[in-house]
Design a protein around this ligand. Structure first.
Ligand code: ADP
Ligand code: MG
Length: 367
């Protein structure tokens, strides 16, 4: 288990101190795949580099299992080469003048580990490169180079794997395939892993849990599904996926059912969490809004049906993106079907109560 408490890190820029990470706390369970997700510059890499020992925190308590990797309290810091951690970066960072085999063998050789060949070949097999052991690392594709880097990170029996946007330099098709492979590999090996990315889809696919970061802070931590379907913070709703947000106020509540007053009228919602605020933003994802030409065609829509006008439609390949104007509010709606335009673009949309989430107005100034 990895525990990070009160991690602060500032950089000196032009004589001034700029905070990059402002008191971050989290715990990663043994065998868990944990992701730091957030926009560029929010402090993800700095957090990871402090855990690896590549940066020195201003203050923190970082423990891995029984070992204090870094402790301000005890004035202790385990040097980087003594931390049993593997790391994979965005740039492949493999040695071009060496063969595939020698690249992976390198960390074992430095430490004088016995039975090296067996270990190197096992690692290469795990990433599907055993047939290329003699190939010079320069003669590899980007995906293959990154596999070498992964094999090199797992060849030692590490306690923790750190990934800093390792798939960002690959083309989109390969990125999707490698996501899947990486997840399989991590499950198979059961190594506790922390992954850094700004790509929310990647975070969803790979992770057991996700920590959403902004401006040096962790905004919220949750299971991938919960972060997407039931975010608790406005920043999460905006950053992870697309969302429709309507200012609203709860006017009545009865157990899990509540009614929210909004600019387009009253909307019935099911409150999923006891912490739902009485005032804030009602959120619904574009793909959770059914639409139709007639009211009758909307399945199980006894409440929350609104008449609107199609403002635009965009073909995205997978889905149709519609912008639907209801009163003063424009909804984004995604459907797998193309709704051939007719009836002067008049449509009905349904906001299923169980898909509506109440979020607090942002008090941190993040939005
Ligand atoms: P992320 O990985 O989320 O994109 P980083 O951790 O790399 O973010 O950076 C967080 C903040 O710290 C940014 O504002 C960045 O400009 C700054 N920063 C990162 N590394 C350095 C450095 N070596 N020197 C000065 N500022 C840095
Ligand atoms: Mg980064």
């Amino acid at each position: 288990m990895l525990k990070v408490e009160g991690l602060w890190k500032t950089y000196t820029v032009d004589g001034g101190e700029i905070p990059a990470v402002r008191g971050v706390d989290f715990t990663v369970e043994t065998g868990e795949f944990f992701t730091l997700l957030g926009p560029s510059g929010c402090g993800k890499s700095t957090t990871l580099r402090c855990i690896a020992g590549l940066e020195v925190p201003n203050s923190a308590e970082i423990t891995l299992g029984e070992i204090d990797l870094f402790s301000s309290r005890q004035r202790r810091s385990v040097p980087i080469h003594k931390r049993n951690i593997g790391m994979v970066f965005q740039s492949y960072a493999i040695w071009p003048h060496m063969s595939v085999y020698d690249n992976v063998d390198f960390p074992l050789k430095v430490k004088g580990v016995p039975d090296r060949r067996e270990k190197v070949m096992r690692a290469l097999e795990l990433v599907g490169l055993h047939h290329l052991e003699d190939r010079s690392a320069t003669n590899l594709s980007g995906g293959q180079q990154q596999r070498v880097a992964i094999a090199r990170a797992i060849v030692m029996d590490v306690d923790l794997l750190l990934f800093d946007e390792p798939l960002s330099n690959l083309d989109s098709k390969l990125r999707i395939q490698m996501r899947f492979e990486l997840r399989q590999l991590q499950k198979q090996l059961g190594i506790t892993s922390i992954y850094v990315t700004h790509d929310q889809e990647e975070a969803m696919v790979l992770s057991d849990r996700v920590a959403v970061m902004d401006d040096g802070n962790i905004v919220e931590i949750g299971k991938s599904q919960d972060i997407y379907l039931e975010p608790r913070k406005l920043f999460t709703a905006k950053f992870v996926g697309q969302s429709n947000l309507l200012l609203g106020e709860v006017v009545s509540a009865d157990g899990a059912n509540a009614t929210v007053k909004t600019a387009i009228g009253q909307i019935a919602i099911e409150t999923h969490k006891s912490t739902a605020p009485s005032e804030g933003f009602l959120m619904i994802r574009p793909e959770h809004i059914p639409m139709s030409w007639t009211k009758e065609d909307l399945p199980s829509a006894d409440v929350n049906v609104f008449e609107g006008t199609i403002v635009s439609e965009t073909f995205t390949g997978k889905l149709m993106d519609y912008r639907i104007r209801v009163g003063e509010v424009t909804f984004e709606v995604q459907t797998p079907l193309r709704h051939a335009l007719q009836n002067e673009n008049r449509v009905f949309i349904h906001l299923p109560p169980e898909r509506c989430v109440m979020l607090p107005k942002d008090t941190s100034g993040i939005s």
